[in-house]
Design a protein around this ligand. Structure first.
Ligand SMILES: N[C@@H](CCC(=O)N[C@@H](CS)C(=O)NCC(=O)O)C(=O)O
Length: 218
């Protein structure tokens, strides 16, 4: 009997949703996207809160398992479908896994805070007709510069963040970087750095990510 595809709840334009979508595409796992209108506040409705108690997107369902937190969902997908699609996405031995986890943590703890604030301030605030906070932008741009200096150094001696292969650590950087490079005037933060620029070109031109960007643009 054919199994039902996994379900992802939320719009592809959300950075956290797009992280899960690119992971599913890398792993060649069929999925159903369930639209949740954030404009209509559907992510705060009681039925949705049963799936995601913090009222955020994405939520994820595989059979009777429901998950939230995009990076945890990605880890689950990579482990459950270890032999499908890009098999090295979450490593095949403990040492490689630890290196991937290390850079995934760097993404969530060091890269994401300033880059998600910049994405919101520079991309979404103008679309939502909200006033931009110049001091916050300046402060977070300075934080991001420091993080990218570390990345520049790392990517000078390693093709990808966790080693020679594209992994979840690289994948997790796609959503915010896409907005900053393509939708703001801050692309040079990435492209002017030789190694970060080379890395960004490599990871952002993968078919999986190009497909997610297509889904964001419909
Ligand atoms: N750490 C969460 C973050 C989820 C998140 O912040 N989602 C945003 C959209 S990208 C959201 O739902 N915002 C609406 C809200 O917080 O009310 C994850 O990675 O899943």
């Amino acid at each position: 009997m054919a199994t039902a595809p996994v379900k992802v709840f939320g719009p592809p334009l959300s950075t956290a949703v797009s992280r899960v979508l690119v992971c599913l595409l890398e792993k060649d796992v069929p999925f159903q996207l369930v639209p949740i209108s954030m404009a209509k506040g559907e992510h705060k409705k009681p039925d949705y809160l049963k799936l995601q108690p913090f009222g955020q997107v994405p939520a994820f369902q595989d059979d009777d398992i429901t998950l939230f937190e995009s990076r945890a969902i990605c880890r689950y997908i990579a482990e459950k479908y270890a032999n499908k699609g890009t098999t090295g996405l979450y490593g095949t031995n403990p040492l490689v896994k630890a290196s991937i986890d290390q850079w995934l943590e760097a993404e969530s703890q060091s890269f994401n805070p300033p880059s998600s604030i910049l994405t919101f301030q520079l991309v979404f605030a103008p679309r939502m007709k909200l006033k931009q906070d110049e001091a916050l932008i300046k402060q977070n741009e300075a934080k991001l510069v420091k993080v990218l200096d570390v990345y520049e150094n790392r990517l000078g001696s390693s093709r990808y963040l966790a080693g020679d292969e594209f992994t979840m650590a690289d994948l997790s950087h796609l959503p915010n970087t896409q907005f900053l490079v393509e939708k703001t005037d801050r692309a040079e933060l990435f492209t002017s750095r030789k190694n970060v620029g080379r890395w960004w070109t490599e990871i952002s031109t993968r078919p999986s990510w190009k497909k997610v960007v297509e889904m964001q643009n419909v």
